[in-house]
Design a binder for this molecule. Structure first.
Ligand code: ADP
Length: 188
């Protein structure tokens, strides 16, 4: 299985990524988690990543590619990947497609999880209340949703044009979202 999850913050990329990995045997690669680990490791690069994440801005493409590509290559060799949060910009998508073509491990599907903005915001605020992430504050959430709409949203037509987009309503219980993704994959 080689799949990516394309979704705004709060849509359930992490939850669905884990479930799809368990179901398919492919490796779940969460871009945000890998970047947070890099941030915790410190150093100039770690500090740059931490600052971007704290503001809710995207980490620069080259940094993301340096961190993510080795993980994707390794997962592809080990039987597949579920990409969660990568690619998130057009240059990242182009770099990932070039790499996939070169290695013969191109994407099979891009799963687009969508939900109304109020639902996404409420979920993230609930997560913050449960002792979640430092970037789950009202102001940073608003900024992350805007960054998503401006920079990541354009990847929806990009994958649609390539005939691999599966759009799924994420404003449903997790089991229903997983079932819709599985149904979409079998129809692709
Ligand atoms: P969410 O989707 O809820 O924002 P993530 O854990 O996927 O959560 O991402 C958190 C942060 O990590 C983003 O706000 C951004 O700073 C950084 N990040 C994650 N993936 C990418 C990416 N592909 N490109 C640039 N920055 C990223």
């Amino acid at each position: 299985m080689r799949l990516l999850l394309l979704a705004p913050p709060g849509a359930g990329k992490g939850t669905q990524g884990e479930r799809l990995a368990a179901w398919s045997g492919a490796r779940h690669i969460a871009a945000g988690d890998l970047l947070r680990a890099e941030a915790r490791a410190g150093g100039p690069l770690g500090r740059e990543i931490a600052a971007c994440q704290a503001r809710g801005d995207l980490v620069p493409d080259q940094v993301v590619l340096d961190v993510l590509i080795p993980a994707v290559v390794e997962a592809a060799a080990a039987g597949g990947y579920i990409l969660d949060g990568f690619p998130r910009t057009l240059p990242q998508a182009i770099a990932a497609a070039e790499l996939g073509a070169r290695l013969g491990v191109t994407l099979r599907a891009a799963v687009y999880l969508h939900a109304p903005e109020e639902v996404l915001t409420q979920r993230l605020l609930d997560r913050a209340g449960e002792g979640g992430r430092a970037d789950d504050t009202a102001g940073v959430i608003r900024h992350r949703l805007r960054v998503y709409a401006e920079t990541t949203g354009p990847l929806v037509p990009y994958y649609e044009e390539r005939g691999i987009l599966i759009a799924v309503d994420a404003d449903q219980p997790p089991d229903s979202v997983t079932a819709d993704i599985q149904a979409g994959l079998s129809g692709l």
